[in-house]
Design a protein around this ligand. Structure first.
Ligand SMILES: *Cc1c(COP(=O)(O)O)cnc(C)c1O
Length: 236
């Protein structure tokens, strides 16, 4: 199948999952997870209707930006972000989905202040409490959300989660449901003008329909759009 056919097929499945859950399909954004893809492949995806690209690695993102590969789409940063790379991402990504510490938050605030802009962010939550994963413990999320709300160059737009890989998508249902509860709770507690906190990013190729059923407003899909990724070569 071509990328265009895959984009279409995934979109049809998102729409069906939304309708089955009594939701408006227009509430759910399909973000293409473009790690390891070429600039040309990214352009094909955007030509096929992708409106948001999600990048994991600062280096790849910088190279694609130099190619102007994201033209016509929004750019989200979805990978683990080190404080020393904040400079390369703030003001370049429309949304940084992976903020998981006060330290990182403050580094983003400082760089955004320097550039005189407001950086949109999501807080990444380690919803399954996996030891080896990045993300905040769920019980820290409200506190960091309040700390975000106090900063004038960072705007909290919502939450992101990467649940564990599972052999059956419904096994992640409790994690998606818990994320939705946390999202609703944070929205209620930090309700500036009632519209800023509008993004719940969860669900990948293997489980995006389950995530949509539980309230995701953005799903991050790689393999189902681009096919299996080759193993990475070189240093991480
Ligand atoms: C790679 C990646 C995805 C997409 O994964 P697939 O299983 O290929 O759909 C989603 N989110 C993040 C953070 C990723 O790194």
């Amino acid at each position: 199948m071509s990328i265009a056919e895959n984009v279409q097929a995934v979109r049809v499945r998102i729409d069906a999952a939304a309708r089955a859950a009594g939701r408006d399909p227009g509430e759910v954004t399909l973000c293409a997870a473009t790690k390891v893809q070429t600039s040309d492949t990214i352009r094909q995806a955007i030509a096929a209707g992708i409106t948001v690209c999600g990048e994991n690695r600062v280096q790849e993102m910088t190279a694609h930006l130099a190619d102007d590969a994201y033209r016509g789409a929004q750019l989200h940063f979805i990978g683990h972000l080190q404080t020393n790379k904040v400079r390369q991402v703030v003001g370049k990504a429309d949304l940084i989905q992976s903020v998981d510490s006060l330290h990182l938050l403050q580094a983003i605030q400082a760089q955004a202040e320097k550039l005189d802009l407001v950086q949109d962010i999501l807080l990444e939550v380690n919803i399954a409490g996996e030891e080896s994963k990045s993300g905040l413990p769920p019980e820290r999320a409200v506190q960091l959300a309040l700390q975000t709300a106090a900063l004038d160059h960072v705007r909290l737009r919502g939450l992101m989660a990467i649940p564990p890989p599972v052999d059956a998508p419904e096994k992640n249902r409790p994690f998606f449901a818990a994320m939705y509860q946390l999202f609703v709770d944070i929205r209620r507690k930090i309700d500036h003008n009632g519209s800023d906190i509008d993004c719940l990013s969860m669900g990948m190729s293997d489980d995006f329909e389950e995530a949509v059923a539980q309230g995701a407003t953005l799903v991050r899909v790689g393999t189902a759009l681009f096919g299996p990724r080759p193993p990475r070569t070189g240093a991480v």
